[in-house]
Design a binder for this molecule. Sequence first.
Ligand code: FMN
Length: 178
Amino acid sequence: MATKIRPTGKEVVFPAAELIVSKTDLKGRITYANRTFCRIAGYSEAELLGQPHSIIRHPDMPRAVFRLVWETIAAGREMFGYVKNMAHSGDHYWVFAHITPSFDDAGKIIGYHSNRRAPDRSVVETAIAPLYAEVLRIENSHANGKDAVEAGTRALVDFVASKKVSYDELMFALQSAA
Ligand SMILES: Cc1cc2nc3c(=O)[nH]c(=O)nc-3n(C[C@H](O)[C@H](O)[C@H](O)COP(=O)(O)O)c2cc1C
């Protein structure tokens, strides 16, 4: 969703003991937001429910990351990753997110669920922010949106392949090694 909110460049952090939780329907519209989510993002529960999750999308996030998220969860798998989000004020906050499908008794995906905790600062600063900035630079060098996300995805996939582990393993290894 296009947002009129302008990034302030100011980061807000939240305590390691807190979890930001949300659930969405199959299209990524928010169906549940816990109090921590509302507080950190600066929205009331009523303002969030029914909105697309991109309401907190930060323009520094490469499209390729979200493409990977949606490909993974729509295929019924969970994933871990780092996301830079934008609060209502325009301030930003980084999270280490687990995103997973929710299934009904018949094994059909009925929605999605995400828990996030505060990421390790050094991982964000030394590994993730520079990687995302490079992927975004590559995406922005393409005028066509489809080409942009394809090129961004290639860059992201190449980076992970160069580490000889899966995307999840890499994300998790970075977070736990720090
Ligand atoms: C359970 C769940 C949680 C999500 N959490 C976030 C989030 O914290 N921040 C975000 O920018 N996108 C999140 N997304 C992805 C958004 O749905 C969306 O794909 C992304 O913001 C990019 O926006 P766009 O698809 O309109 O380009 C989440 C999606 C799901 C299904």
